[in-house]
Design a protein around this ligand. Sequence first.
Ligand code: HOZ
Length: 430
Amino acid sequence: MNREGSEAAFAAAKRVIPGGVNSTVRAFKAVGGTPVFIRKAKGAYLTDVDGNRYLDYVLSWGPMIAGHAHPDVVDALRGAAERGTSYGTPTEYETELAELIVAAVPSVEKVRFCSSGTEATANAVRLARGFTGRDKFVKFEGCYHGSADPFLIAAGSSALTMGVPNSKGVPAGTARDTIIVPFNDAAAVRAAFERNPGEIAAVIVEPYVGNMGLVLPVPGFLHALRALTRDNGALLIFDEVMTGFRVAYGGVQAREGVLPDLTTLGKVIGGGLPVGAFGGSAEIMDRLTPDGDVFQAGTLSGNPIAMAAGLATLRLLSDATYVHLERLAMRLIDGMAEVFARRGVPHSTVAAGSMAGFFFADGPVTDLAGAKRADTALYGRFFHAMLDRGVYFAPSQFETAFLSLAHTQAEIDRTVAAADDALSEVLACR
Ligand code: HOZ
């Protein structure tokens, strides 16, 4: 596959942008080679600057559940843009999207919009601290909650991929207030509460982790978090930036029947535009300024273009969407598992709603230690062999694959066939 255009574009970018990218994972460091520079996308496909097409399982890291450039979303965007792109005032769009979210997400009575998932989680933790009057919070190893300082301790996603889960530049004082425990280890959370009586404001968790690969909670874990936080006067925060409107219309909390105090959202609710949100009970949310004493603000928060894209996207979704997408996701991982087994490659696969994951490690993978046992070198070679066959998976073992309404059964089957071919090539060159 000719990728000379991407190579030239990457060289030009590196001259003026650190590492040539504006978000670390895009640089392909974990898998080697040159990132593909995308010129356009439609449905389930990306087209790069050289004209190569790729079946897309990254979907902008989750937001594009309707597929790229869905006509309803494009129409909504066009209409909104013609009415002006930003006013810095309240709009009716914000109330409309908030109403949809409140109706969908069981624990949310009020919601505040911002511009990214990172902002949403940073604001949610500030609110939890303001509400409880406590400073510390519990975070799980390998969970990723965006790139704000307090979360860059044992972080997942590209921080993990790049080997900087504890980034330089995070003040020691900030790190001291973040208590790290292994995912799926309720006893460790209990111990953290025992060691820090009356000091922990919140436990924040990706209820289905999508940022160390896809890792699901063991039965009872989320219920245990709910009980432990309640018993210790702390808030439970579900970071559903990735899973909200992705694994079910109402997110993990609707699937699992565990209601957090605060929920963070992003990705799908912006339909591919920059959006974040956090919500919870009226009692907690009303502590935000202007009515309360916990500050939040943002010039582009609730931007009308982003709200329009989010509204158009959510209107395409219903409970039935997730039944359909989960069938596709299962077909994908079952097919891949069969290929891996036939070729004698240790593996573990999992799917939930429209999210699918596979590790090159024996499973089940239940925590970061398990995820780190994966053969990342094999993943890198497999990734490139798939890319050469026109299939774009995430350029890191520690991410998740996403399905959209534009993916079809035929495309899943083509992916599985490509995986078989790719793996045989990769194993022959070992
Ligand atoms: N939450 C996204 C996937 N792990 C991050 C994407 C990025 O870092 O660019």
